[in-house]
Design a protein around this ligand. Structure first.
Ligand code: 13P
Ligand code: SF4
Length: 380
């Protein structure tokens, strides 16, 4: 049963809208591109590429990092990885740059070069606080846009412009306008996994860490939640507020199934299962806990289970396992192809070339900032 006494999964207060229901024409409008490569000014700043050799100096500089990573990176691989880590850490000082890394980054990035790591909410808050001139966002494009929205005067770089997200791709600003027309007066909450243009059209943002709190902060009987259908269903199961959802899904989390989780439980007695709320509701029903990526990490820290399965992107299990050698991680592995685009060589290129720079149209950024800041203020 949910907190409100409503059976989990009950959906009489949930409506799911598909984009075709709202669009007048069959042509799918494209979200305007809000990014471009660093221009000639940035290229003037180009620095010499360092020699990427595993010298004694590099070995010494990275020894403590390898000590931490040795359970997930074999020793034979380290001479290829360490020179990148050393070069990136040196260049951060030259550029006065900070590296923000999502919890799904691979361990070499997460433990090797990140100045700050966290879930989407924590990264957004950190982006709002940083004194650095340059933010290198190691995550997907909507995260880099969020950093730019909160820091219009700073240079925000993303190592690979193609690092997208199936949720962000599932909805456009025009779709949100059509929802407003179809449901006049109903507030619209957008998951942070959306473009700046979509955020600009919505009333408030949310992340997986605060979706229920944001919905209830609006004091409305009905709320539209875009674009994650499963997050919306999972919130609807915990509130009396009527939820109108959008037909968007995370291509990673939608692949987990309830029978798969049950079979792991049967195979590993005492197994604890913790899941991300982007999973379908029947998957969350099988879990011992559901929360944002950082909520899941905190749960492992507090509960110290003997065996645990993190039902989410699999690099996160590697990152958490490094810090919890006594916990056994059972890994049903689904990688996010977009997060995997971010690699150490591309981060190094970003810092050398000051690319790929993320730009957001100032008018769109100002409107989107309202939605993000409103979220931050209701979740303080
Ligand atoms: P978190 O906000 O929980 O980190 O989730 C972001 C995400 O994209 C998960 O797929
Ligand atoms: Fe998007 Fe899913 Fe990848 Fe997260 S895991 S970035 S929601 S596609």
């Amino acid at each position: 049963m949910s907190r409100t006494g409503k059976p989990a999964g009950k959906d009489e207060t949930l409506t799911i809208i598909e984009s075709q229901q709202l669009r007048k024409s069959s042509a799918r409008p494209k979200t305007p591109k809000t990014h471009e490569m660093g221009g000639t000014a940035a290229l003037k700043d180009k620095l010499e590429r360092p020699e990427l050799v595993f010298t004694d100096e590099v070995k010494h500089k990275t020894a403590a990092i390898y000590e931490q990573l040795k359970s997930v990176i074999v020793e034979a691989e380290w001479p290829k990885i360490a020179p990148y880590i050393a070069a990136i850490n040196d260049l951060k000082a030259v550029r006065n740059a900070v590296i923000l890394a999502h919890n799904y980054m691979t361990p070499d990035i997460f433990h090797g070069v990140a100045d700050f790591s966290g879930d989407s909410l924590q990264l957004a808050k950190q982006a709002a606080k940083t004194d650095a001139d340059v933010i290198v966002q190691c995550g997907v494009h909507f995260m880099a846009e969020t950093a730019k929205i909160l820091n219009p005067e700073k240079t925000v770089l993303i190592p690979d412009m193609e690092a997208g997200c199936s949720l962000a791709e599932s909805i456009t600003a025009e779709d949100v306008q059509a929802l407003r027309e179809a449901y006049p007066g109903v507030p619209i909450v957008t998951y942070v996994n959306t473009s700046a243009a979509v955020k600009a059209q919505c009333d408030i943002c949310c992340t997986s860490a605060n979706a229920l709190q944001v919905v209830e902060s609006l004091n409305a009987d009905r709320v539209i939640m875009v674009p994650d259908k499963y997050l919306a269903q999972n919130v609807a199961a915990q509130t009396e507020v009527e939820i109108i959802a959008w037909e968007g899904r995370c291509e990673v989390h939608e692949r987990f199934t309830a029978p798969q989780l049950r079979s792991f439980r049967e195979a590993v007695p005492g197994l604890k299962i913790i899941a991300h709320p982007e999973c379908p509701p029947e998957v969350l029903k099988e879990a011992d806990f559901a929360g944002s990526t950082s909520g899941m990490i905190k749960w492992v820290e507090n509960m110290k289970p003997e065996n645990v399965m993190l039902v989410t992107e699999c690099s996160m299990s590697d990152n958490v396992a490094v810090e919890h050698p006594d916990v056994k991680f059972i890994r049903p592995c689904h990688l996010c192809p977009h997060m995997q685009r971010i690699t150490l060589p591309k981060i190094l290129d970003s810092l050398l070339m000051m690319g790929k720079e993320v730009h957001v149209d100032p008018e769109i950024a100002a409107q989107a900032r309202r939605s993000v800041e409103r979220m931050i203020s209701v979740t303080k």
